[in-house]
Design a protein around this ligand. Structure first.
Ligand SMILES: *Cc1c(COP(=O)(O)O)cnc(C)c1O
Length: 286
């Protein structure tokens, strides 16, 4: 399996290291690569179908689609109903996932919850269900591999950072590296919700520090200060995603002082559609 390199950047006069998990693959990168590690190492004969569900521009969806293509597994992905304009986009994660062979199943809003809850009923042994965002104890192994790569890099840094959706990545990373401080921040929901999600997987260890955002941000909404940070890091030579990383960088710049190794969580493939939304909303050329 592939190891990712480490870059160094200077941001607001501070040095940061960046673990370049974004470079692993154009579609199967970042923490989704780490979370799918166990499945990626599963012999292809073991399954013939993967089922998942969630958002229509999800990075997990695209990563699973890329994995299924390489494994020759069928991939069935369930979402709520989509608008025609969303379906007709010819770039972005949904478009790429379809090109990789994903089969899309739309579920009416009223039946969605019930339908998803029933996905595991009558499964045959060649089918595997991945929950939304890959929040799954099987992510542990892939994050232990990442932890080993971080140890081997032997940097003079004792703090790490990575943004959270379900918190699976930050949690398993903190568990695998008790000698490091691991910073994270909630990007989907607030920190109460994040702690609940984490606690469902494992007790939260003391070295995991959840930074509270300085104001309430709603997931996938557009904020000028997020675009600002995106541009700043891009000027340093690294593109980060516009959904998760901006909140993490903001919290790190405002609330920490020490040298930090930032674990790039990937998601850059989703920026095309996000940048279009930014350009339209703020009437700017990007
Ligand atoms: C999925 C994702 C996250 C959140 O990961 P969790 O393990 O769910 O906390 C963070 N950043 C990016 C770019 C992602 O795609």
């Amino acid at each position: 399996m592939k190891k990712s390199p480490i870059s160094k950047i200077s941001l607001d006069g501070r040095d940061f290291y960046v673990k370049r998990d974004d470079l692993i693959d154009p579609f199967l990168a970042g923490n989704k690569y780490r979370k799918l590690y166990t499945l990626l190492n599963t012999p292809k004969e073991q399954y013939n179908k993967i089922i998942s569900y969630g958002g229509t521009q999800s990075n997990a969806m695209l990563a699973i689609a890329a994995m299924c293509k390489s494994k020759e597994w069928e991939f069935l992905y369930h979402t709520k109903e989509m608008s025609n304009s969303q379906k007709e986009q010819n770039d972005g994660n949904f478009f790429h996932a379809l090109s990789l062979g994903m089969r899309h199943v739309e579920i009416e809003e009223a039946y969605y919850k019930e339908y998803i809850a029933s996905l595991r009923v009558h499964l045959d042994e060649k089918t595997y269900v991945i929950d939304q965002g890959g929040a799954d104890a099987s992510a542990k192994e892939g994050l232990e591999v990442l932890a080993q790569e971080i140890r081997e890099a032997n940097l003079d840094v004792k703090s790490l950072a990575t943004p959270s959706g379900t918190g699976t990545t930050a949690l398993f990373l903190a568990l695998a590296l008790p000698e490091y401080k691991v910073y994270t921040t909630p990007c989907v929901g607030d920190s109460v919700y994040l702690k609940e999600q984490m606690n469902a997987l494992h007790e939260i260890p003391k070295n995991l520090i959840i930074l509270e955002p300085s104001k309430k941000y709603h997931f996938a909404k557009l904020y000028p200060e997020f675009l600002e940070i995106y541009k700043k890091t891009l000027a340093c030579g690294i593109e980060f995603d516009l959904l998760y990383s901006s909140g993490m960088w903001k919290a790190l710049l405002e609330q920490t002082k020490e040298e930090i190794l930032y674990i790039h969580s990937g998601g850059v493939s989703g920026n095309v559609s996000m940048l279009k939304r930014y350009a339209k909303k703020f009437k700017i050329h990007l």
